[in-house]
Structure formats: structure tokens, C-alpha cells
Ligand binder design. Structure first.
Ligand code: HEC
Length: 119
């Protein structure tokens, strides 16, 4: 009986500190975990394919950032994704941001709050 109780407590403890439990991540951690950092710099760290986001909260609102994460095409008209040249259509090599349609609402809100706070 005591062993069973200890096992249950152990399982609860594991769930509580489980790093895969998405509720445990802060916006800052999600920025790395979701791969945003591969294309964006915050505080001198990150990739350069996308714009530097170190002070993004100065120019963008919370809801604008949220939309950017789920569906960037709604924010940026990207005439560069296809180029028409001499009547032929070419796929452009200009980088575009992928939409994160599968991100959980909770993580999306955290990420948007974090970015909005960078001023
Ligand atoms: C493959 C590279 C890539 C990844 C990964 C990526 N982005 Fe982007 N991001 C871009 C590019 C390129 C732009 C420029 C606008 C566009 O194409 O949508 C951009 C634009 C943005 C902007 C608007 C910047 C501005 O100056 O208005 C925000 C905010 C943003 N990204 C946040 C994120 C977040 C948050 C993630 C992770 C969930 C992410 N990005 C992942 C490439 C990327």
C-alpha cells in the first residue's frame, strides 16, 4: 500500500516537472523551442533570415504578432514568393516566414506576450 502511494506521488511529481508539458515553457523558451531563433535575432542571438525582433514590441501590437505567427501572409503581402519573368513563373528564393498553424493557443499567447514586451 505504501509503495502504491509512493508510486502515485512519483508519477504526479514527474508530470509536474515534465519538460514536455507545454504549460511549463515561458515565451522566451518557446522562441527557441519553436525554432523562431533560427531566423530571428533577440538580444544578439539568433539567425538573420528574418528581421531582428529585439525591439519588436515598439512597432507591433500583441494581436498583430499573434497573427504573424499563425498566418504571416495576412500581415505581409509577399509579392516575392513568385516571380514572373518573361511570361514564366519562378519560385523566388526570398525567405518567407512559415505559418505556425499547429501551435497551441496557450503557447501562441505566451510567445506573442513575450515579443510584445520587447521594447
Ligand atoms: C524560416 C525562417 C523563419 C522562422 C522559423 C520564423 N520566422 Fe518570423 N519572419 C521570417 C521572415 C522572412 C519575416 C519577414 C516577413 C515575412 O516574410 O512574413 C518574419 C517576420 C516576423 C515578424 C514580423 C517582424 C517585423 O519586423 O514586423 C515576427 C513578429 C516574427 N517573424 C515572429 C516569429 C516567431 C514568433 C517565430 C516562431 C514561432 C518565427 N517568426 C519563425 C522568417 C522566419
Amino acid at each position: 500500500m505504501k509503495e502504491l502511494l509512493l508510486t502515485i506521488i512519483f508519477i504526479i511529481a514527474v508530470i509536474a516537472v515534465n519538460p514536455l508539458n507545454s504549460h511549463a515553457f515561458t515565451g522566451e523558451q518557446l522562441f527557441k523551442k519553436e525554432g523562431c531563433i533560427l531566423c530571428h535575432i533577440i538580444n544578439k542571438k539568433g539567425g538573420t533570415m528574418g528581421p531582428n525582433l529585439s525591439t519588436i514590441g515598439k512597432i507591433r501590437t500583441y494581436s498583430w504578432i499573434r497573427r504573424q505567427i499563425i498566418n504571416p501572409k495576412l500581415n505581409f503581402f509577399t509579392p516575392n514568393s513568385f516571380v514572373i519573368f518573361h511570361g514564366k513563373i519562378y519560385k523566388s528564393i526570398m525567405p518567407v516566414m512559415p505559418g505556425y498553424k499547429k501551435i497551441s493557443a496557450n503557447n501562441l499567447n505566451k510567445l506573442a506576450h513575450y515579443l510584445e514586451s520587447l521594447k
